[in-house]
Design a protein around this ligand. Sequence first.
Ligand SMILES: [Zn+2]
Length: 73
Amino acid sequence: MARCKGTTRKGTECRLNAMKGSDYCAVHLTQDPAAPSGREAIEDLEGRLSQTAKTALGFAILAGIVLRALIKK
Ligand SMILES: [Zn+2]
């Protein structure tokens, strides 16, 4: 997988992998001059990120339930 061509806020090279079809990662997608401008691209990205967040949250809740059950024993 290609490396992101974006730069961090510190001015150093980004070490994340670029997203599919882009030279930039999700964080630096806005630095891509070839990226489609406008809300559509941002909304698409937000949709993907929120889906990942929901999955992560689901695992966190599940882990919390399991931990609580173990502690009660
Ligand atoms: Zn990046």
